[in-house]
Design a protein around this ligand. Structure first.
Ligand code: GTP
Length: 473
């Protein structure tokens, strides 16, 4: 769960004070938006507190629930003359908060589905309906003495407000800790501009249908932007629509301003619309995550965690577009562990696997950001440096040979030493694609690797590099 300085199991006093402050601040915010008699246009407190309780599960105990409840009662006691009615009104707030929090946590414990939200988007929608209905039941009864309205309009207002605010705010707060915001470019801004244009059209054209105008643009956002950003845009759009409708700037009815029961339908419609971009965004994120996972599986070797054969070709294709032909100096170093079969035969396959993985880590560290390191198969690896001089590539090859020779490979209380043979091929790859150059260089590097094995192993062979040994008989 997210670490937080102000809310942590280890600091109960700080957590209690923080929770009290959050409750009071959002209570103040909601109370400031009361436009229709005692009812608030938005009541964000319940959704915000439900998100806090979901994100910090240790808060879900009677003490912290009671603390929030007390903060609400105290605020009402100081700022209103509701008297004992405040007890039931704020109890209804707690009903929403606790219901949503417990339902989401129950689903989190049971869920096997990987979702960018802690729960399925549709479940969140259903939980908000259920919690809003429960909350409205108590809230409507509690506010009857204060507002002097009948039960049904009060119930409708409580329900539609809690439901719409929950559906708009909760996804935003639950997906917040994922800070990969989209890159700012004009093209990236089009979906956002689309939302603004649709909102202007809603105001200009009016009518109940105008509430749905921003939907296509929101879905466009959902396909382009990360989930937290989509949730935020949906929240802002939904809240703006509610404010515009409440003030008859978007006219959905002949009489103005709208009465409480007329807001019921508008709020429900806006909340229902908000579900669509959320569902699309969650689906897009899930598909993208699966694609990333699948391509990572193909492009990285499972045992050694370095690039695979397909991964190195993918890199070459991508880099071909980025690297100007005049800057290309392609060094290809093929590496093959010496007498690796002996290790497998003597110490077993597990030991061989461990040494392969450690060998890859040692070499990867030496290569660093100078090039790409990939496992081509078995105990054969390749290093590709797309912009390296021949002299530097020879130096790198020698460094790797030495580092591997010096390294102590530990396996079950035994220290193993291994060596590696290397074949280097280098070319200034001015015209052809990097991939074509690489294929040609591989043949030459393979020839030099064969030479290194022939001349006694544990050495680098390349053009103009003196060999260390004589050919094995
Ligand atoms: N443990 C383990 N062994 C592997 C893996 N892939 C290939 N090998 C083994 O690597 C060994 C390669 O042996 P050879 O090709 O004969 O080469 P060598 O014994 O290294 O000898 P030289 O290359 O001539 O120095 C074989 O025994 C393969 O079974 C792997 O993923 N894990």
């Amino acid at each position: 769960m997210a670490k937080n300085r102000f809310l942590s199991r280890e600091k109960p006093l700080t957590s209690a004070v923080s929770l009290f402050v959050i409750t009071t601040v959002f209570y103040f915010f909601g109370a400031s938006l009361r436009v229709v008699e005692a009812l608030s246009l938005f009541w964000p407190l319940n959704a915000v507190l439900a998100a806090v309780f979901i994100r910090y599960p240790f808060l879900n105990n009677p003490f912290y629930y009671a603390l929030c409840y007390a903060a609400m009662i105290i605020y009402d006691g100081v700022t209103t003359s509701w008297g004992t009615a405040s007890l039931l009104i704020n109890f209804s707030n707690m009903v929403f908060i606790i219901t949503v929090s417990l339902l989401v946590q129950r689903e989190k414990r049971r869920s096997t589905i990987a979702s960018p939200l802690p729960v399925h988007a549709l479940s969140l929608f259903n939980y908000c309906i259920f919690a809003a209905a429960l909350c409205a039941l108590f809230g409507a009864v509690g506010s009857m003495p204060v507002d002097r309205h009948a039960f049904y309009p009060l119930f409708a207002d409580w329900f539609s407000e809690q439901f719409s605010t929950g559906v708009l705010i909760l996804p935003c707060l639950l997906s917040m800790a994922r800070p990969q915001w989209p890159r700012l470019s004009l093209e990236n801004l089009y979906p956002l501009l689309g939302v603004v244009v649709c909102m202007v059209a809603s105001v200009g054209i009016g009518g109940a249908g105008s509430l749905a105008f921003p939907l296509p643009a929101l879905i466009w956002c959902a396909t382009r932007y990360p989930l937290p950003f989509v949730c935020l845009i949906t929240l802002i759009t939904g809240m703006t629509e509610i404010v515009l409708v409440a003030n008859s700037i978007i006219e959905i009815h002949m009489t103005s301003p709208l009465y409480v029961n007329q807001m019921f339908s508008a709020r429900l419609g806006i909340a229902t619309i908000a579900l669509c971009p959320l569902m699309v965004s969650v689906s897009v994120e899930t598909i993208n995550a699966l694609v990333r996972k699948a391509s990572r599986r193909a492009d990285y070797d499972y045992l050694t965690q370095v690039l695979s054969r397909s991964g190195i070709y993918e890199k070459l294709r991508n880099e071909s577009d980025c690297l100007a032909p005049s800057n290309r100096q392609l060094a290809v170093i093929l590496l093959d562990i010496d007498h690796f079969k002996n290790i497998n035969d003597t110490w077993g396959h597990d030991c061989g696997d461990k040494i392969l993985a450690e060998f890859a880590a040692v070499v990867n560290k030496v290569v660093g950001d100078k090039g790409w390191f990939a496992r081509m198969g078995g105990e054969e690896f390749v290093i590709v440096c797309p912009a390296m001089s021949n002299a530097d590539a020879i130096l790198l090859g020698h460094q790797i040979r030495e580092r591997v020779e010096q390294h102590q490979f530990a396996w079950k209380n035994h220290i193993h030493h291994i060596t590696v043979s290397l074949g280097l091929s280098w070319t200034a790859c001015a015209s052809a694609s990097l991939e074509a150059c690489f294929n040609a260089q591989m043949t030459e590097a393979d020839r030099y690797l064969y030479q290194a094995k022939q001349y006694g192993r544990n050495q680098l062979c390349a053009q103009n590099v003196p060999v260390m040994g004589r050919a094995a008989s």
